[in-house]
Design a protein around this ligand. Structure first.
Ligand code: ZN
Length: 296
């Protein structure tokens, strides 16, 4: 009898223990779920947008920030969405893009994910024709940063103050760079040839006169006619310098340099690099140093 009684009590204890464990695990699951839904999942399209968003969302623990493309992808003019990208976007709350046609897959994203909030960093910023490489102008980039902060604040009111404070602090640093450019790096209208469309904004900001632009934004064949145009810009129009990016411009720049003796300045178009908060500032500062030296 006693044995049976103890057996019964033991069983009862086991049942109680199981119920309470179950309750705990349900509670834990619930907590986890709650935490997961409170996270704001932000995805950026490519490198310069990621770096800008890193700064704006700094110290916001409830924000998960991810980049769609790889840090070495570069511009997305011919980018094809991968199945992994689709998965990432299907889970995202916000998608931050540059706009102006750089993300050529945008209409596909908008129709596939109608509930995804898309923040266009370049919205309302004046473009030079079809050229959407706005971040290469430090003042336009500041406006992009502010657009990102404004867009995020509309989606996530709780962090509104942090977004704005971060954006203002970051823009202050960029503005210092703008000042420095104006003070120490005036091209005085010197004629240059550009080997990347993105450098048009920079050349304009640095008061350089771009007489010809060869857009080497991706791996491609340069035609004989284009090479002739580059030579003509140097030999006939009097361009005194080539501004190029190493990735796709180095080979041709070096051969033109050999032929014409015109110096080449290699610049960073800020589309590739490490995921670091101050990556843009560092890249633009190194551009400043390279130009200062070339303009001496
Ligand atoms: Zn580009």
């Amino acid at each position: 009898m006693n044995r049976k009684k103890y057996g019964f009590v033991f069983c009862l204890l086991v049942v109680i223990a199981m119920i309470s464990l179950g309750t705990v695990s349900i509670y834990v699951n619930h907590e986890e779920k709650k935490e997961a839904t409170e996270q704001l999942r932000v995805v950026t399209s490519f490198y310069p947008m990621y770096v800008a968003a890193m700064n704006v969302t700094d110290s916001c623990e409830s924000v998960t920030l991810e980049n769609l493309s790889e840090p070495q992808t570069g511009c997305l003019h011919d980018y094809q969405l991968t199945p992994e990208d689709m998965v990432l976007l299907s889970k995202a709350d916000v998608f931050i893009i540059n706009g102006g046609g750089i993300e050529n897959f945008l209409s596909e994203v908008a129709s596939r994910y109608p509930n995804l909030t898309i923040i266009e960093a370049g919205e309302g910023i004046e473009m030079s024709g079809e050229n959407a490489h706005l971040w290469m102008d430090t003042e336009k980039y500041q406006k992009q940063v502010q657009n990102i902060a404004k867009g995020l604040s509309e989606v996530d009111e709780t962090n509104k103050k942090i977004y704005q404070k971060n954006a203002d602090a970051y823009c202050e640093q960029i503005a210092d760079l703008t000042e420095e450019y104006r003070d120490t790096c005036n091209g005085n209208g010197q004629k240059v040839v550009l080997f990347h469309e993105g450098l048009e904004y920079a050349a304009n900001e640095w008061n350089l006169n771009d007489v010809y632009t060869l857009n080497l934004d991706e791996e491609r064949q340069v035609s004989a006619g284009e090479v002739a145009d580059v030579l003509s810009a140097i030999q006939k129009d009097g361009a005194k310098m080539i501004l190029a990016e190493r990735t796709y411009g180095e080979e041709l720049a070096e051969s033109v340099k050999k032929e014409t003796n015109v110096p080449v300045v290699y610049l960073d178009t800020c589309v590739r690099g490490k995921y670091e908060k101050d990556a843009y500032l560092k890249a633009m500062r190194s551009n400043l140093e390279a130009l200062k030296e070339a303009l001496q």
